[in-house]
Design a protein around this ligand. Structure first.
Ligand code: AVI
Length: 299
């Protein structure tokens, strides 16, 4: 794991502009900070998506259909998942995929308790990599991948096409992809969601350096970077950076990475989804058109 992380982090830092894969936000502290972000007034995404689910879950359950195998990428806190699963008609099984065994176990235990007929088969894996699906007891009519939270916006553009191809292959033709996606909107609303007044997003952003320091024995000085998030009008996405506030050198493994003053380190982007492997069958949004949940059918 750490060897893979070292290579990935170094590969990103050797690029110009430098970047770090967004999955490294989520060590224990990062996950706790993200839970706090989800409750912030400015961070409309979580509550808006939940409200869309609450309003339209019956229709969603209908398009997902009977005896579907539900695969969730990431296990999250499970509130939206619970809502969906409890409305499905005789799902074949539910397979959450996550790197955190603790999160998976907690989710699986509580779901088995709440929906006694549901077979829950967690898989510990990085969903951006390769993973094997477990054998499930009941036969499935189709496979539906559930990917809430607009996490799709955190996948870098070059990887997005490969990711979509893998999801299409996983679902198989006629399978479904139920995905939460943020929408273009007023720049102030977007920027406020990533520059919150309590500074939690800044803390979350800087925590990625702390994570790298601990996991890879690196020596980032967190005081020498500042959080910056901005809306990229042309790309239609928010971009989050850490800006180097001075000329500095950081050691990671055997390598030294040089930063100049005001050099940005790009951490995430929200993008519109590339099309090509699916056709969009349903789009549910909130009344203000801030967020969407979409059902795509694999072609
Ligand atoms: C997980 N992901 C969809 C969050 C987002 O909105 O891009 C991560 C996040 N980063 C800063 N705030 C929230």
């Amino acid at each position: 794991m750490f060897q893979g992380m070292l290579e990935e982090v170094l590969a990103g830092l050797r690029k110009n502009p430098k970047s770090i894969p967004s999955k490294y936000f989520y060590n224990h502290r990062g996950s706790k900070l993200f839970e706090k972000i989800c409750k912030l007034d400015e961070y409309y995404l979580t509550r808006t998506e939940l409200a869309i689910m609450e309003a339209h879950v019956s229709e969603m359950a209908e398009v997902v259909g009977e005896q579907s195998l539900i695969i969730e990428l990431g296990s999250g806190s499970g509130e939206k998942t619970r809502l969906l699963l409890s409305h499905l008609s005789a799902p074949a099984a539910y397979v959450p995929i996550d790197v955190s065994q603790d999160m998976l176990n907690d989710l699986a235990d509580s779901l088995r308790e709440e929906i006694r007929t549901l077979e829950v088969m967690p898989v510990i894996a990085d969903w951006m990599g390769n993973f094997e699906l477990p054998m499930v007891g009941k036969s499935a009519v189709k496979c539906v991948v559930y990917f809430p939270g607009s996490t799709i916006g955190n996948i870098d553009r070059p990887e997005l096409v490969n990711f979509l191809r893998r999801i299409r292959d996983l679902c198989g033709s006629g399978g479904g992809f139920l995905v939460g996606m943020d929408l273009k909107k007023d720049q102030d609303i977007l920027e406020a969601a990533y520059n919150d007044s309590k500074g939690i997003t800044a803390e979350f952003n800087l925590n990625i350096l702390h994570h790298i320091n601990k996991a890879l024995n690196a020596d980032f000085n967190l005081d020498n970077f500042r959080h910056y998030a901005t809306y990229n009008e042309e790309g239609g996405r928010i971009e989050m950076y850490l800006i180097s506030t001075c000329v500095q050198e950081v050691r990671i493994g055997k390598e030294r990475i040089h930063f100049v003053t005001d050099e940005p380190l790009n951490l995430r982007e929200i993008g519109e989804m590339a099309r090509g492997f699916f056709h969009v069958q349903n789009i549910w949004t909130d009344l203000d058109g801030r967020f969407s949940v979409q059902y795509l059918v694999a072609v």
